[in-house]
Design a protein around this ligand. Structure first.
Ligand code: PLP
Length: 433
């Protein structure tokens, strides 16, 4: 099984090429040639499997013969080493907690899987592999921890100055070793544009081995498919249609859910819950997509004006907006709604959500109002303590900070200031050669 570019102008890639290139040369995104459905046997029995077993079997079916199965088993076992519990909040509301990994966000699944695949693929390389990653907050921390001290790999993280939370910034800027943080005078889209430009710089790429770790990398997306199965497994005995609300920004997470559904997972409907960066919402309303510059909101990890993975969703549904609407409903919420939702979830269910999960909750609530017999799951994509400055005033309660975040407090921040001009970024990259 190979990977094709959504722009159809680059050669098909092996898994190794797709993972190490990150982006195809024609500026498209890699997609698997074929999304193979799971066996009836698997779809019948997965509610009795462990998360690790689910991960391996789903990955093996999707990746077919593009990777040695022994190696794949090792990668999934090591990457999927923390749970994704579904908590019943009350009524038909459930939360899927994806924040039990090292950086306390769902992006740990993707980053850990990718780091292990990449370090296998570069074993025989003489040069270092440089990972360039733009982050709106959580990607950076997950990637930094996923690749920390991995031999032969160096990581450069670009983050928008002043637009990530204090604790997120500490995760990006205090590790040192093979991790370098660039503090960019701009927004997330500027960071992403710089990374994209580096990938299109063929001259640079002759001299520097680079790869991306954004959700555009197919190896980030694959492990996100697994936890949709893990979630459905935990509500399977309710025997009701399940609605999954995904707080979305760059739409990698939702794309993974759609792939899970295509592989046979019974999900009745997806909710794409977005903040004021509502391009996708408007796309479903109007049938055409207009990118807008991103605006800053309380759910910063979803502040994406031009979601990269939209092209993958379009590809899966043959660019047919009606067909997308048959599977995905979108809702948009502003900062005031988000704060109220944090408070409501706390008062109604005695549950502390984070601002991203709160947007997901609102989308779910709106949908369940029309479909009261469904089981509703919203994803808690990050631990609330990562956004403590927003959550505490909203719920008027202290939020406990987990040990591994506490450890970072008091450590020294190290970041290189960077403008949004590619010439400046190029200078930085050239000294890595
Ligand atoms: C990245 C992130 C999102 C958005 O996920 P996408 O795959 O980019 O749509 C939502 N919530 C949190 C906490 C995140 O870190």
């Amino acid at each position: 099984m190979k990977f094709y570019s959504t722009n159809q102008k680059a050669p098909r890639a092996t898994l190794k090429e797709a993972v190490l290139n990150g982006l195809p040369a024609d500026n498209g995104l890699y997609m698997p040639e074929k999304i193979t459905p799971l066996s009836d046997e698997f779809l019948h029995n997965f509610p009795f499997y462990t998360f690790k077993k689910i991960a391996f079997k789903v990955a093996r079916t999707l990746l077919q013969n593009s990777i040695d199965h022994q190696l794949l088993k090792q990668v999934t076992d090591e990457a999927i080493n923390f749970p994704a519990p579904v908590k019943h909040l009350g009524d038909n509301f459930y939360s899927l907690e994806l924040f039990h990994g090292p950086s306390l966000a769902f992006k740990d699944y993707g980053a850990r899987f990718m780091a292990r695949l990449m370090s296998h693929f570069v074993k025989d390389e003489e040069r270092d592999l440089h990972i360039l990653v733009a982050t709106s907050g959580d990607t950076g921390g997950a990637v930094a921890m996923g690749f920390y001290k991995v031999p032969g790999i160096k990581v450069t993280i670009l983050y928008p100055k002043g637009k990530v939370s204090h604790l997120q910034e500490l995760q990006l800027t205090t590790l040192g070793e093979n991790i370098t943080a660039l503090e960019v005078e701009g927004v997330f889209d500027d960071c992403q544009a710089l990374v994209k430009q580096a990938f299109l710089d063929t001259k640079l790429r002759e001299q520097l081995l680079i790869s991306s770790a954004n959700s555009i990398n197919i190896s980030r997306l694959i492990p996100q498919i697994f936890y949709y199965f893990e979630a459905i497994k935990q509500v399977a005995d309710l025997k009701k249609p399940v609605v999954m609300s995904v707080p979305s920004g760059n739409f990698g997470n939702l794309t993974a859910g759609i792939i899970a559904q295509k592989m046979g997972l019974p999900i009745h409907r997806f909710i794409a819950a977005v903040n004021d960066n509502d391009g996708f919402y408007r796309y479903l309303q109007q049938g055409s997509f207009t990118p807008k510059p991103s605006v800053q909101t309380l759910s910063t990890a979803m502040d994406v004006g031009n979601p990269s993975n939209l092209v993958r969703i379009n590809e899966i549904f043959n660019f047919d907006v009606q067909s997308i609407k048959n599977h995905i409903t979108s809702f948009t919420y502003n900062n005031a709604d988000t704060k109220k939702a944090l408070q409501e979830i706390y008062e109604k269910f005695n549950y502390v959500a984070d601002p991203h999960g709160a947007v997901g909750y609102l989308g779910l609530k709106a949908f369940l109002k029309q479909h009261p017999s469904a089981v509703g799951i919203f994803q808690e994509t990050a631990h609330p303590s990562k956004f403590i400055d927003i959550v505490e005033p909203a719920i008027q309660q202290k939020v406990a900070i987990p040990k591994n975040l506490k450890r970072l407090m008091g450590k020294e921040k190290r970041a290189i200031p960077m403008s949004i001009e590619y010439a400046d970024f190029k200078k930085y990259l050239e000294q890595l050669i």
